[in-house]
Design a binder for this molecule. Structure first.
Ligand SMILES: Nc1ncnc2c1ncn2[C@@H]1O[C@H](COP(=O)(O)OP(=O)(O)OP(=O)(O)O)[C@@H](O)[C@H]1O
Ligand SMILES: Nc1ncnc2c1ncn2[C@@H]1O[C@H](COP(=O)(O)OP(=O)(O)OP(=O)(O)O)[C@@H](O)[C@H]1O
Ligand SMILES: [Mg+2]
Ligand SMILES: [Mg+2]
Lengths: 259, 259
């Protein structure tokens, strides 16, 4: 069954969606059948892959609440080997809807147990999480095999990390004993900037080998690509952003012994 | 009684905390007695003003739940005329704790009814909101006179705006008929970058006079200041970030006929 990687950090604007879109696309490029599941009511990952709001009839909300099977909600993107389960604003009422449900933290895990994709099964599922530690993100952590944590190279970003690590440990002790950290990914890294270098050295000192070798540079092509409804790999294949996300895919696939 | 301004946008990382800290400091500099209320479980505004986690005994959580009066939880910052009501991670359980409460959307409004500050009453209260449309942000919108919306000059930022406007209209129709938009503030604006110019022209075309004249440029001094536990006005008074937030304070105080 597919490896499920949650892309999570409750700090806002750290590059979760940008990482989920471009890393999923880079995995697909390497021949891995990949699903991106948009778990954020903002629906940025869905928009960034060109799926308009009016074509999100079935969405992650329906899958989460057990009202539609995943294989009916997921749709093809323009990129071979990359599928999307889109999000819409229904998701913003999920927290309250789940609150009184007995299985409120494991609804997503149960829904992901049955991904059938005809004869070619999925290799990876990436989950783009919203900027909070609410029931949506908890569901992702319970469903996931590993968690990829984008860490913006800024002062406030380090502050939230310990809270996230505590939550991951709590989930491991209660609902998902196999949950592991895929890695901590430094994003929007600007080597001319002292703050970036300081955050990098703090992270590597405190978190050691959890910090991935690949760092994503600040690169305007990454923020332009979503307005053209495509990953940066397709928008500007030679950009520093595209090169970095391909290097990240390679680093992770080697770790998973797929390369 | 003080004017309450919520700084809100469910999109993450758009500059809510940076705006709340620096605008509140600029108001205090202009002689307005100002309170910054940190309503984000991340506690970034509290950290950015130098209030360490161990000195947040009484916090916004206690005030929100009606367990402590505001004037006991608020503390002085190093800046004359600027007070802080700090946040800690207790706030992350507020949503669930409030869920079954009859007055779950008006708890903050009730708590702000009694700000006594000895003989010098407060002129302004700024509320730094978390990146979601959860009960915490709803409480801020119900308690507020106006909402200041930081809008990052990026593609994904525009997408969330319509959802926020819908929520504000809903609150105005149900719980807070006097709620108005203070303004939409363009942040991290980079005039060399097409995307910034495009977001600005889209915003001014669609939102007209709601978009404030002052724009906040991308300026590294703004992101360095929190690591020195002070607003940029004190960290680097001549920086483009400091100049912009002082200009914003002036624009708003003129609008409020205080200048
Ligand atoms: N490496 C980068 N270089 C330049 N811009 C970037 C980079 N990564 C992300 N961005 C831009 O920064 C903004 C924030 O990124 P993104 O939306 O991916 O973060 P997020 O963590 O998903 O935000 P949220 O917390 O709202 O879900 C976006 O406008 C995005 O285009
Ligand atoms: N004008 C600016 N120029 C450069 N950096 C900025 C600017 N405004 C904010 N930043 C930096 O960008 C990051 C995001 O800003 P900030 O934390 O204020 O956003 P936020 O909306 O409060 O985030 P969250 O959604 O997590 O609450 C921070 O590291 C901050 O220091
Ligand atoms: Mg996102
Ligand atoms: Mg903030």
């Amino acid at each position: 069954s597919p490896r499920v990687i949650a892309v999570a950090n409750q700090k806002g604007g750290v590059g979760k969606t940008t990482t989920a879109i471009n890393l999923a696309a880079a995995f697909a490029e390497r021949g891995q059948n990949t699903l991106l599941l948009d778990l954020d009511p903002q629906g940025n990952a869905s928009t960034g892959l060109g799926v308009l709001p009016e074509s999100r009839d079935l969405s992650t909300y329906d899958v989460l609440m057990g009202e539609a099977p995943l294989e009916r909600a997921m749709q093809m993107t323009g990129i071979p080997g990359l599928w999307l389960c889109p999000a819409n604003s229904d998701l913003s009422s999920a927290d309250m809807a789940l609150y009184s449900n007995q299985n409120r933290t494991s609804m997503l895990r149960d829904a992901l147990q049955q991904p059938l994709l005809g004869d070619s099964a999925l290799d990876y599922i990436f989950i783009d999480c919203p900027p909070s530690l609410s029931l949506l993100t908890i569901n992702a952590l319970v469903a996931a095999d590993t968690v990829l944590v984008p860490l913006q190279s800024e002062f406030f970003a380090l502050e939230g990390l310990s809270q996230l690590m505590l939550t991951i440990r709590e989930i491991r002790q209660t609902a998902n004993p196999d949950l592991r950290i895929e890695g901590i990914l430094l994003t929007m890294y600007d080597q001319r900037n002292n703050l970036s270098q300081q955050v990098e050295s703090d992270a590597r000192d405190n978190l050691g080998a959890l910090v991935l070798n690949t760092m994503i540079p600040r690169n305007v092509r990454l923020s332009e690509a979503p307005s053209f409804a495509m990953p940066v790999l397709n928008y500007d294949t030679a950009s520093r952003g595209a090169v970095a996300y391909r290097a990240l895919a390679r680093e992770l696939l080697i770790k998973h012994q797929k390369l």
